[in-house]
Ligand binder design. Structure first.
Ligand code: TRP
Length: 75
């Protein structure tokens, strides 16, 4: 089985009110957690047994093992 606990990612908010939404693992995919970050705040999180996907709403920089990506920019 995959060890989700090693799949960390980092999110840094570039504006106030950035939402980090956790989606459930398994049969149905639904929101189970919404975290709000203000500008400059950083969240370090991992994928877990309960969380298989994350949706970011707002301007933020995200780092994963694949590299970094900007969310909320129109480019
Ligand atoms: N209790 C959740 C879990 O263990 C917390 C969590 C982990 C989470 N990673 C997340 C919430 C990423 C939002 C985004 O799965």
């Amino acid at each position: 089985m995959t060890n989700h606990q090693t799949d960390y990612f980092v999110i840094k908010a570039k504006e106030n009110g950035v939402q980090v939404i956790g989606l459930t693992r398994g049969q149905d995919t639904r929101f189970h957690h919404a975290e709000k970050l203000d500008r400059g705040e950083v969240m370090i999180a991992e994928f877990t047994e309960h969380t298989s996907a994350v949706k970011i709403r707002g301007k933020a920089t995200i780092w994963t093992k694949f590299g970094s990506i900007e969310a909320g920019d129109n480019n």
